[in-house]
Design a protein around this ligand. Sequence first.
Ligand SMILES: Nc1ncnc2c1ncn2[C@@H]1O[C@H](COP(=O)(O)OP(=O)(O)OP(=O)(O)O)[C@@H](O)[C@H]1O
Ligand SMILES: [Mg+2]
Length: 457
Amino acid sequence: MSARILVVDDDAVACEFLQEALLRDGYHVEAFTSVSEALDRNLNDYDLLMSDIRMPDMDGLEFLKIVQARYPLLPVVLMTAYGSLETTMDALSMGAWDYISKPFSPDDCRALVKKVLELRDLRNNRTVLQPRTEKDDKFVGSSAVMVDFYKQIARVADSPASVLIEGESGTGKELTARSLHSMSSRRSGPFIVVHCGAIPDNLLESELFGYEKGAFTGADQRHTGLIESAEGGTIFLDEISEMSTALQSKLLRFMQNGEIRRIGGHEVRHVAVRVVAASNKKIDDEVRKDRFRLDLLYRFIVRLRVPSLREHKEDIPLLIDSLLARFGYAGVRLSSEAVETLMLYDWPGNVRELENVLQQTLLLSPFSVILQEHLPERFRHPEPSGNAGAKTEMTPLEAAQRDQILRTLIATGWNQTRTAEVLGIDRKTLRLKIRRWDLYKDRPEDDKPESPPGKER
Ligand SMILES: Nc1ncnc2c1ncn2[C@@H]1O[C@H](COP(=O)(O)OP(=O)(O)OP(=O)(O)O)[C@@H](O)[C@H]1O
Ligand SMILES: [Mg+2]
């Protein structure tokens, strides 16, 4: 059944224009020129409401509030006049799904309607996000830090040398291991992951090396170990620092000569397998604490450290877009304030934490524009700028930016347009930064504008 759209706009010509545009896509469209007429209907009969924001009998925000209360699941798109960004933002924070600025073309309008209806379907039919596919196993990020890291991966990918990957949790250690494998000539061979931390030690030994029938009670048939199964490919020993030092020495023997012997067996076999291991603990610390064998550490010819997300925050916007697309929400976008908020955060859980934040937000807020207040609680009330807490959290780069902006504002007589031009940033970004860092508090009293800064007029 085609979607039913209700249009409310006091301008009859606008109603007709919309009706015509949307009918072409086969939607069922009804239009009213007053809010009261619309409110007389049962809006459960519609899939989407498109409303003007300024109408004589009731303003669009008031209308939105009533619709939200009575029909909380009905997606609402507001049609806003050019330059009313502030009202638009209010509407979005009140729960409008999206907005379109007047004047708009029939194509823009059709594209938006299509997107919102798709999102509505997603939300109605899907409580889990799209499963991962193989093409998701790619690094995203174009920062200098990441480009340098890709180069390191590329340089060692095709060598048989064993690699130890270190990095905080959620940084992409497994992704790195997979990249090493898929960029090597072993890519058609197996890639076997062993979660060393999750398997008890004696079991881990028999899993890795295999056993002969009768090797121990319960070994009623021969079992090929994971190392052997990875022949011709890569074995990825995740959380290697969790392995006992006794097992570490058995692994060392294999890494020295590439030979293994199944438990309870006599035959020594040579296995051509590349060893890649990962640890989110710092291995040097583990060595110092006698929890990791130094001789085993030396068997790892290459050591790679995956950068933490806070070292390449400039990749966050790109990561957000790519993750949204990965989850099947390519039509969703984050407001620039929401993105900035995410960029100010420290990300102790790195990309995995960013993934979780976006998943949580998508499942709880089905809107196509995500605002700061839709983000999980810890992002909703960032430290008000200007107080000591916020200042100590400012990175040196941010502090330098703040100074530069403040100096330029003073030099241009607090002219935002000029300042944005001089600094080569857009005005919106400038306004966000002014608000975030509360820069107007540094302006002499008699200079202060009548209206608060940072609001679009
Ligand atoms: N640079 C990146 N670009 C895109 N996705 C990334 C990036 N880094 C990590 N990811 C994604 O983040 C998630 C965590 O990555 P991965 O499992 O490789 O991290 P990890 O370091 O092994 O984490 P843990 O320490 O928790 O085991 C994965 O879904 C991965 O695809
Ligand atoms: Mg991992």
